[in-house]
Design a protein around this ligand. Sequence first.
Ligand SMILES: [Zn+2]
Length: 165
Amino acid sequence: MNKQQDEKWMRHALSLANNAEQQGEIPVGAVLIKDGQIIGEGWNQSILQHDPSAHAEMMAIRQAGCVIENYRLIDTTLYVTLEPCPMCAGLLVHSRIRRLVFGASDYKSGAAGSVMNLLQDEKLNHQVEISSGVLAQECGDRLSAFFKRRRAEKKKLKQKKREES
Ligand SMILES: [Zn+2]
């Protein structure tokens, strides 16, 4: 585990989160690394693709499987700006990903320690190493700024409607 390396890839995940934000999606980004190389990149695309499973981790992992032509992603590390949900945590286990590094914790639906810890459940046949809180402040700020802006936009829209009626 190398702090500098972790922060470098987390910054890359943050830049992918920007893509989501530009498309009006919740800004979460993910990148999958094997032997120091990017094999998959993803960002939230649920709204755009009408797909509740189109989370950043899901997109990155699907791409990586195609790139290395294998459904087992052995010896890889996934960097994601927000703690994975139960669906994505389950996907990490299926993929046999070795290590997860995430930024901000998700106290509402995080499945890497916050609400539950699916990744290290001994009843499952694979456990994933977890490093949490890498650039947590930046990752969290990105999300809260997005939600704050969206709330303000909704308020404005409501006000406009009231004025028109
Ligand atoms: Zn998810």
